[in-house]
Write a protein that binds this ligand. Structure first.
Ligand code: ZN
Length: 116
């Protein structure tokens, strides 16, 4: 892959990482930033019954949002790590190069179209 293209993809991955981290920080506390590991925070808004029900609802909602953001972030981190190691853009299943168009559309893609 051309260095210039790779730099562009790296840049969009870094932007995505920043966005994901910002969104995660709103609902979770970081356990391990390097590994993209977060824990959903439980917000204590009050002590009466209704407050507690709202807290639980909010927490349940945050849990699912947090886990999907965390998954995306880990994909992005993996992709950035691959760029560093020089094995970025290879399908994890068949080992072929993932077409550039696919990487542009989704820079953290792990597998090619044929394998997905
Ligand atoms: Zn493949």
């Amino acid at each position: 892959m051309e260095t210039k293209k790779l730099e562009e993809l790296k840049k969009s991955l870094q932007e995505e990482k920043k966005d994901l981290e910002e969104n995660l920080k709103k609902i979770a506390k970081p356990i391990n930033i390097q590994e993209g590991d977060y824990e959903t925070s439980f917000e204590d808004i009050g002590t009466d019954k209704n407050d507690s029900a709202t807290e639980v609802d909010q927490y349940t909602q945050n849990l699912s949002v947090e886990s999907s953001l965390e998954k995306k972030l880990q994909n992005v981190l993996d992709a950035l790590e691959k760029i560093e190691k020089g094995n970025y853009g290879k399908c994890e299943k068949c080992g072929k190069d993932i077409p550039l168009e696919r990487l542009v559309a989704n820079p953290s893609a792990r597998i090619c179209m044929d394998c997905s």
